[in-house]
Design a protein around this ligand. Structure first.
Ligand SMILES: NC(=O)c1ccc[n+]([C@@H]2O[C@H](COP(=O)([O-])OP(=O)(O)OC[C@H]3O[C@@H](n4cnc5c(N)ncnc54)[C@H](O)[C@@H]3O)[C@@H](O)[C@H]2O)c1
Length: 314
């Protein structure tokens, strides 16, 4: 008997969910206000981290910016001050747990609590598995996924206590399906996706519906992180303009979407990657040139030149 009750509950849940999604698609949801909310963004010294910081500041959030690129942080904060908004910055290497803890303590002292956390800092080194040094592999994991864990652990307890907050985890489409030539990056992004999904379910189980989550999975963005990388037919899969990407992420956060793949065609790519026979998948990769895309990479970030020597600071 209880099986049939459970089945009815499931049917109700499915119908309600599809109906709500359909209505949301027909009638765009209002954007929530982030005015006065403390918003911490990691990796805000460059790329989409900077653009997201500007967008949150425009909406009158109190932005707190972390990055280990001091000059990049200075530039971002100057842009935000030009908007007439205050900004708090901290040079923080998120690959280091103790540094994160110290920086988080400072933020709590200064602002009380963080309401919106954007785990955005990420690194990419273009090497095959056997060419990567042990330090490079560990560092990719430290920045791309372990930092998410340590930072979430700093701010989640208060969000749960208040049943209020929003955690945004920037992963990648290569966290949903694989791409050649990036074993450490790709696997770290898969871990970030798993972390996000698991956190979301735990918050649902704990009935902390006021703590929202957004997983961000972009395809190639023109920020320079993947400098030179391109597929054979760029017109089929053009790189995303950084501002477009930031706008889509902000929209997803303000409408409280749990996940956003950018562009939308990546949802189809994700589904195809799980159902296509292996040979068909390989043929698809070859057709668009995804098999060779990474071979055009030209290093463009300090940590990509330094060969990840631990003494270099990276
Ligand atoms: N660029 C792309 O094509 C692309 C595609 C999918 C996902 N992403 C992801 O989007 C996020 C932002 O990427 P982006 O394109 O803006 O790259 P970016 O290189 O322009 O910016 C990344 C920022 O993270 C900072 N950072 C790196 N290591 C750090 C550390 N140890 N401590 C503190 N800050 C650190 C860098 O200084 C930089 O400011 C990353 O997580 C990236 O993996 C990027």
């Amino acid at each position: 008997m209880s099986f049939f009750m459970d089945l009815i509950i499931l049917m109700y849940g499915l119908t309600a969910s599809f109906f709500t999604s359909f209505v949301r698609w027909l009638i765009p949801v209002d954007h929530k206000s982030v005015s006065g909310e403390v918003c911490l963004i990691t990796g805000a010294g460059n790329g989409i981290g900077r653009l997201m910081a500007i967008e949150f500041a425009k909406r009158r959030a109190k932005v707190v910016l972390w990055d280990f690129d001091k000059e990049g942080l200075k530039e971002t904060s100057a842009m935000i001050r030009e908007l007439g908004m205050d900004v708090y910055t901290e040079v923080c290497d998120v690959s280091k747990k103790d540094v994160i803890k110290a920086a988080a303590a400072k933020v709590k002292q200064e602002f009380g609590e963080v309401n919106i956390l954007v785990n955005n800092a990420g690194i990419y080194t273009s090497k095959m598995l056997l060419d990567l040094t042990e330090h490079e592999i560990e560092n990719t994991y430290k920045v791309n996924v372990l930092a998410h864990i340590w930072i979430i652990r700093e701010f989640l307890p208060s969000m749960m206590e208040r049943n209020h907050g929003h955690i945004v985890n920037v992963a990648s489409t290569v966290g949903l399906f694989a791409s050649p030539g990036m074993p450490d990056y790709c696997s770290s992004k898969h871990a970030a996706v798993g972390l996000h999904n698991s956190l979301f379910l735990d918050l649902q189980n704990a009935e902390k519906y006021g703590v929202k989550t957004t997983l961000v999975c972009p395809y190639l963005i023109h920020t320079g992180m993947f400098n030179g990388v391109h597929v054979k037919y760029d017109w089929i899969l053009p790189p995303i303009k950084p501002q477009d990407c930031a706008d889509i992420i902000i929209n997803a956060v303000l409408t409280e979407q749990n996940m956003v793949a950018i562009p939308g065609t990546m949802y189809i790519a994700h589904i195809l990657s799980t159902i296509l026979p292996t040979r068909a998948l390989i043929a698809g990769y070859k057709f668009v040139g995804a098999d060779k895309a990474i071979s055009y990479f030209k290093p463009n970030r300090p940590y990509q030149y330094s060969n990840m020597d631990p003494s270099s600071g990276y």
